[in-house]
Design a protein around this ligand. Structure first.
Ligand SMILES: [Zn+2]
Length: 81
């Protein structure tokens, strides 16, 4: 499927809603823009990183911040004496 989009006066491009839905892209999510050697513009998702260990795997979003499942497990293991 070819998605042809026009760049707005401010330089914005809208990712079609069906693609955002299909890929699970959320509002406010950050993307990385890179130019490849052949001149192609590459858009990559940046899903964030854990606020505790900076991992970017198995992330859960809590109040707009990410925490990984390993850190959640460590927090559950904390005992208060
Ligand atoms: Zn973590």
């Amino acid at each position: 499927m070819i998605n042809e989009k026009k760049i707005s006066k401010s330089g914005s491009i809208t990712i079609p809603s069906h693609l955002r839905r299909e890929l699970g892209i959320e509002n406010g999510e950050k993307v990385k823009i890179e130019i490849a050697n052949n001149g192609q513009i590459l858009l990559s998702r940046i899903k964030g990183s854990c606020i505790l260990c900076h991992s970017n795997e198995s992330l859960v979003k809590v109040d707009g911040k990410y925490i990984c499942k390993n850190c959640i497990a460590k927090i559950y293991d904390i005992r208060f004496d």
